[in-house]
Design a binder for this molecule. Structure first.
Ligand code: HEC
Length: 144
């Protein structure tokens, strides 16, 4: 083996301790910088205001799994809506200025709609159901 060869394979041996320390220092610096910038990013995000629901009805709609099927915008495009027959109601177009619709909707929420994937929600109070239907009507711009 030539001396050159030895040098090539034994870089460990000829590296002085200080070089190693510098390497460790550089790696640590990178690591700490990464950590600190992550903390900063998190703090920035936590300062952003959370979008608040515009009404109690909207809050109930968004927190009661309605959005799984009817979608966050109430347009029937929730992530569970794919392939459902019949499709979840699109409340952005379904609004009719008719009190009969409200009655039908209230019944649908309380008891579900037979033969469809619309589940029943028997635990809502009449007041909550009214707030829900008011909100659903507001999605199509009607107040019926
Ligand atoms: C698993 C999916 C699913 C979930 C969850 C769901 N729905 Fe439905 N919903 C449907 C489907 C599908 C229909 C359509 C039934 C039909 O065409 O007759 C429907 C119909 C309705 C109707 C009747 C519309 C009409 O014109 O008669 C109302 C009101 C309604 N949903 C409100 C809600 C509310 C409020 C929630 C949450 C509390 C909710 N839904 C949760 C699938 C769902």
């Amino acid at each position: 083996m030539s001396p050159d060869h030895d040098l090539f394979f034994n870089t460990e041996k000829i590296q002085p301790m200080s070089t190693k320390l510098i390497q460790i220092f550089v790696v640590l610096t990178f690591f700490l910088t990464a950590c600190i910038s992550r903390v900063e990013t998190y703090q920035e995000f936590s300062k952003l205001p959370e979008p608040l629901p515009g009404s109690e009805g909207q809050l109930i709609f968004e927190e009661s799994k309605c959005i799984y099927c009817h979608g966050i915008q109430g347009d029937g495009n929730g992530f569970l809506s794919d392939g459902l027959k019949p499709e979840p109601t699109d409340f952005t177009i379904a609004g009719l200025q008719d009190s009969k619709v409200s009655e039908r909707w209230e019944k649908a929420i309380l008891r579900g709609v037979e033969g469809t994937s619309m589940p029943s929600f028997p635990n809502f109070t009449p007041n909550q159901i009214r707030k829900l239907t008011d909100y659903l009507h507001s999605l199509s711009g009607s107040n019926g």
